[in-house]
Design a protein around this ligand. Structure first.
Ligand SMILES: C[S@@+](CC[C@H](N)C(=O)[O-])C[C@H]1O[C@@H](n2cnc3c(N)ncnc32)[C@H](O)[C@@H]1O
Length: 179
């Protein structure tokens, strides 16, 4: 599958992993070459000056107030994926944390999070939680936790953006199928 997310494909033809791996490496090599061909020379040969990649929590970004021109994010979907599980292999491999249980708590969109006594600013978000509460109280608390985390993320974005700065979010327009 093209997706890194866990899926079940009952029609999938089982292939030899080494063949798939090599094919994928070739594809990535081609894409990297294509990308490299469009990177300007002065950046290509001074990468250390231009690259600053950090792993962190979108709700606590290590930058001063009003200093950012643009924030681009593909933010989590509500309780659709356990991102900590999806990233488990790379997390352990890259030694990001010695404690996966603690690490899990940083993730937005997990179904294992609850908050008590917190207020949602968005009336729409509160209305979604209230509607879900009638159907499924557990799910309502999970959705509420997602909205609270996203709210903290939006507040942080507002803090760091320059006046007139921009932000781009991918919105997962979720809906729940009930029986
Ligand atoms: C919809 S996915 C986007 C994936 C991304 N487009 C990619 O190709 O890797 C949402 C991502 O948000 C990350 N995420 C979850 N909680 C986060 C947090 N508190 N701060 C920053 N990112 C978080 C998840 O780990 C996941 O990789």
């Amino acid at each position: 599958m093209g997706s890194t997310k866990p899926t079940r494909d009952f029609k999938k033809k089982i292939q030899k992993p080494i063949i798939c791996f090599k094919r994928h490496l070739k594809k990535m090599e081609r894409a990297n070459k294509e990308f490299r061909s469009i990177v300007p020379e002065h950046i290509k040969y001074n990468l250390d000056e231009y690259l600053n990649i950090k792993r962190g929590d979108a709700r606590r970004q290590p930058v001063d107030d009003k200093t950012v021109d643009i924030q681009i994010t593909s933010s989590p979907y509500v309780t659709s994926y356990e991102y900590a599980d999806l990233h488990q292999l790379s997390t352990l491999w890259l030694e990001y944390t010695p404690d996966l249980t603690e690490y899990r708590k940083e993730f937005i969109g997990t179904a294992h999070k609850r908050y008590e006594g917190r207020q949602l600013k968005s009336k729409i978000a509160q209305s979604v939680v209230n509607q879900m509460d009638v159907q499924d109280q557990k799910m309502a608390k999970e959705i509420e936790a997602f909205f609270i985390d996203m709210q903290e993320g939006f507040d942080e974005t507002y803090r760091i953006l320059k006046p007139g700065g921009r932000c781009c979010y991918v919105i997962g327009n979720n809906y729940l199928l009930t029986n």
